[in-house]
Design a protein around this ligand. Sequence first.
Ligand SMILES: N[C@@H](CCC(=O)N[C@@H](CS)C(=O)NCC(=O)O)C(=O)O
Length: 210
Amino acid sequence: MITLYYHRGACSTSNHFALEDAGLAYEAIEVHLDREDDPIAQKVRALNPMAMTPVLVLEDGDVLTQNAATLSYIADLAPEKALLPKPGARERAHADSWMAFVASDLHPVIIEYIYKGFGATEPERARLVDFYESRVARRLKVLEARLADHRYILGDDYSVIDGYALIVLNWSLPAKLSLDAYPNIRGYMERLEARPSIRKVREVEGPINW
Ligand SMILES: N[C@@H](CCC(=O)N[C@@H](CS)C(=O)NCC(=O)O)C(=O)O
């Protein structure tokens, strides 16, 4: 059985969605990496020297980290669920491109925006908003345009990339980032939250205190 170590509401939750959609046997264990003496946190820090989630422990004990790898791996374990195009196909290269957009463009810029806002004085915050809002907006506009004629990031069908994008977009709340200018993104998030697998995982993980 695969074990996922996750942090609620963090990017690792998108792996929880993926495991649920893939219909695989798995165990999902919540970790609080900020708790120094917590045995699960200690275990995850030993498994992943980056001290980050997601951490996937595979059936043979092999450890896999990094969302782009873990989400693709889960999708490929259940090809019949079509959670990503087949490896080697041109469509898969486009999917990898969108995965990278979420993992290395959208995710880090929103998270940095949140972290740098912590404890900032008012003038510092104003400067941050100026700097980051244009950087975040550039990325959100790309997604907004994509969703104008695509129900999901890759087209008509849901993929594991959408679950990851949803988590990152959820962070607009702690970032105090309004999505009012992005109606396609807002509709997309509502569609995603209504998916039975996502609702199930949300229920299992419990409410998030931003
Ligand atoms: N590049 C990594 C980033 C993972 C990441 O940012 N994980 C966050 C949660 S969303 C985390 O574990 N943060 C804990 C920390 O920074 O202390 C990936 O794609 O897996």
